[in-house]
Write a protein that binds this ligand. Structure first.
Ligand SMILES: N[C@@H](CCC(=O)N[C@@H](CS)C(=O)NCC(=O)O)C(=O)O
Length: 212
């Protein structure tokens, strides 16, 4: 049985990626939620997370004797046992891998200005140049996937790793009321309506800030 270590569902965008992929693949796994030491502040949970994760970060996956850390490595590990984690069509798979890799270290303005939170946030009043650049690239990327592979998901008819990687962006667009095209909005509405996402968001909304 796989064990996936994650943090608070309201806050942890990295945790959401492998979690939603496993749910969408129908893979059974044991979920362990380790809450952040200081709610809403990053970088304070190292000692706590270091007990189960070599980097002191979540997510981290235990597969028997094997320990896999980092969301992308976890999704690649899952894909070895469940090839449906990537599109079967080669050009869709190449695109999905590239878009996923682009997401992994990128979009800093979006991440820093619109931190993950499943609750509606104060809408962004001023979209600065850096955030506008991130948003324009996201729209360009999503539209290219949706148009090239005919949807309804980013790389074709099934939900794959590339959708999992961008689901936290869908939450940010919705919760900070960021402008995107109608085509992108249709993908956002669809992924946020998935029963697994509804479950994640319900759990996130039940979480309380222990410091509040
Ligand atoms: N590149 C890593 C990033 C993981 C990461 O930054 N995780 C955050 C949670 S979303 C974390 O564990 N933070 C620990 C802390 O805030 O102390 C991945 O893809 O898994």
């Amino acid at each position: 049985m796989l064990t996936l270590y994650i943090a608070n569902k309201n806050l942890s965008s990295w945790s959401l990626r492998p979690w939603i992929l496993l749910k969408m693949l129908g893979t059974p796994f044991h979920e362990v939620v380790e809450t952040f030491t200081t709610y809403g502040k990053s970088g304070n949970s190292y000692e706590k997370f270091k007990k189960f994760s070599p980097t002191g970060l979540v997510p981290c996956l235990q597969d028997g004797e094997l320990l896999v850390w980092d969301s992308l490595a976890i999704c690649e590990h899952i894909a070895e046992a469940y090839p449906a984690a990537w599109p079967q069509n080669k050009s869709a798979r190449v695109w999905a891998r590239s878009a996923t890799a682009e997401m992994h270290p990128g979009f800093h303005a979006l991440r820093s200005q619109c931190p993950m939170n499943c609750r509606p946030q104060t809408p962004i009043q001023h979209i600065d140049e850096a955030l506008a650049k991130d948003l324009a690239r996201i729209v360009e990327l999503w539209e290219s996937g949706l148009q090239s592979f005919s949807g309804p998901f980013l790389a074709g008819r099934r939900f794959t790793t590339v959708d999992a990687f961008f689901v936290p962006v869908a939450l940010r667009v919705r919760n900070y009321k960021l402008p995107v095209s109608d085509l992108c909005q249709a993908w956002i509405d669809q992924v946020l309506a998935l029963p697994a996402m509804q479950k994640w968001m319900e759990a996130a909304l039940r979480e309380v800030d222990p410091q509040a």
